[in-house]
Ligand binder design. Sequence first.
Ligand code: ADP
Ligand code: ASP
Ligand code: MG
Length: 471
Amino acid sequence: MAVMKFGGTSVGTARAMQQAIFLVAREQQKSAPLVVLSACSGITNKLVHIADAAGRSDLDGAMALAGDVRQHHALLVEELIKGELLKKEIMVRIEELATRLELLIKGVEIVGELTERSRDMFCSFGELFSTTVFAAAMQEQGHDTRWVDIRTVMITDDNFGFARPLNEVCEERVSQIIKPLLDAGTTVVTQGYIGATKDGRTTTLGRGGSDFSAALLGAWLNDTSIQIWTDVDGVMTCDPRLVPEARSIRVMTFSEAAELAYLGAKVLHPDTIAPAVQKNIPVYVLNSWHPDAKGTIITNDPERLSGMSYGGLVKSIAVKKGQCIINVHSNRMFGRHGFMNELFGVFARYSISVEMISTSEVSVSLTVDEKSFSEELIRDLKSFGEVDIEHNVATVSVVGDNLRMARGVAGRIFSSLKDVNLRMISQGASEINVGFVVEESDVVTAVNNLHREFFSNPEGEGIFEIPAGSR
Ligand code: ADP
Ligand code: ASP
Ligand code: MG
């Protein structure tokens, strides 16, 4: 059986939902799948804005945005559901959800404070709306389908905004609630991204978390494959929005995919791979608009990997924008032990994750997400020495299992970047990536130069697909 996850653009409009329904129905002919949906594209962002507006008591602003959310889904129902009776019934459910959203806005506005707990409550509405419409349309079109509230299955800790599942309970719930339906031939439609604590408080797994939900559910179901349906032909040699010539990668290892995701390739949530590795379940990344394109298989299966072996060094190039460099310069570092420990203790205290590091005897340069930057952090770092900050930078990482044993890669990387101002360089400890930092304004030049250097020759034939647009 398959877990089919559809991202925001794959369910964002009536036409997209209809295409996804076609794909689910096709899968159902083999065996009933578990369908995990994101919110319609743009809706989670709107919900975040609604939460913020409610938190600063901007009732009018929040209500206006909530009106947009209601309208978007009412329109979907209007376009997608044909029968008048069912249309009325689903419209009532959409109204109920919209009314609950408005009640939440009013509650937060009255209290005058937005907690992480209520923020998760706001963010959960997107997936509840999208799955409600989708399941109804499936049923109307004659497909045996059941809508399941994943909050009865995805039981998590109470780390709101970044909740993690309680594996044993979840696995048990999957076998009690989801498995029997699938075994009986009923397709299950449920929400990605959201969950609930043991005592029923709504949580979320973090932005982009529907991929993670699908992988977890796939692992708990066992004997399955995980299909991530999105708006590109699988994992590509670079983000096609930055490099129009980017090609699809036919096969990659779990470690390459995990590395790429952590280094910024948005196509997969970074945590997606771990549950799949644990149970050795293949992950397919596929395009809902080109369902017959091969997409990408992520696997450690030696047979599949060897069938696709290639001499290329670099598999893909990942970019993470919105970063800043923090340079700490101190003569006290020289020959002194414990300095690094104390320095990184500051980041730990503020729960800030450090992305890239490079050191000399008297200075440390590191990158952090711009969002985690604060004046308090800088104040504390100044007790170690001089601190200077470079904003608006991006990390660019070149990833590939073959980099491990390759010679001359660094030379090729840096000669292709001779026109770009490199702010920092780092070779990943995993040895399968080389990373550096450039100003955001240089990203497009940097990645296109690199892409030309590593992908414009035929060495990767067989492992890469021609972009669908140019077929
Ligand atoms: P979904 O809503 O389906 O989860 P996302 O927007 O989260 O989709 O991820 C898909 C997007 O990821 C693509 O549209 C593409 O712009 C971006 N992306 C970034 N890096 C890559 C890459 N290496 N391969 C494919 N897509 C990438
Ligand atoms: N809807 C959520 C988000 O936009 C989760 C997801 O799409 O994966 O972050
Ligand atoms: Mg995504």
